[in-house]
Design a protein around this ligand. Structure first.
Ligand code: ZN
Length: 72
């Protein structure tokens, strides 16, 4: 079979990254990034971020330095 998988723009497996205000950065799968960011927040900033909060500041790992800013 030569069927190719379509490129699904689903967020499930898409690598994401999070950059902290302190310069710390992590990238990986959603679960990895959430876990790492949560741990970093607690250890370094004594702050707890929920999964939703972490995902809200996550960016697609593919895009490097995007000039676009999200508003709203
Ligand atoms: Zn930090």
């Amino acid at each position: 079979m030569t069927a190719r998988r379509a490129h699904n723009p689903r967020m499930d497996d898409a690598p994401i990254r999070v950059r902290c205000a302190c310069g710390w950065e992590t990238a990986g799968t959603e679960d990895d990034v959430v876990a790492a960011t949560s741990e970093h927040g607690e250890l370094v900033h004594n702050m707890r971020a929920t999964r939703d909060e972490i995902l809200a500041m996550a960016l697609p790992a593919a895009s490097q330095e995007s000039a676009q800013r999200r508003t709203g």
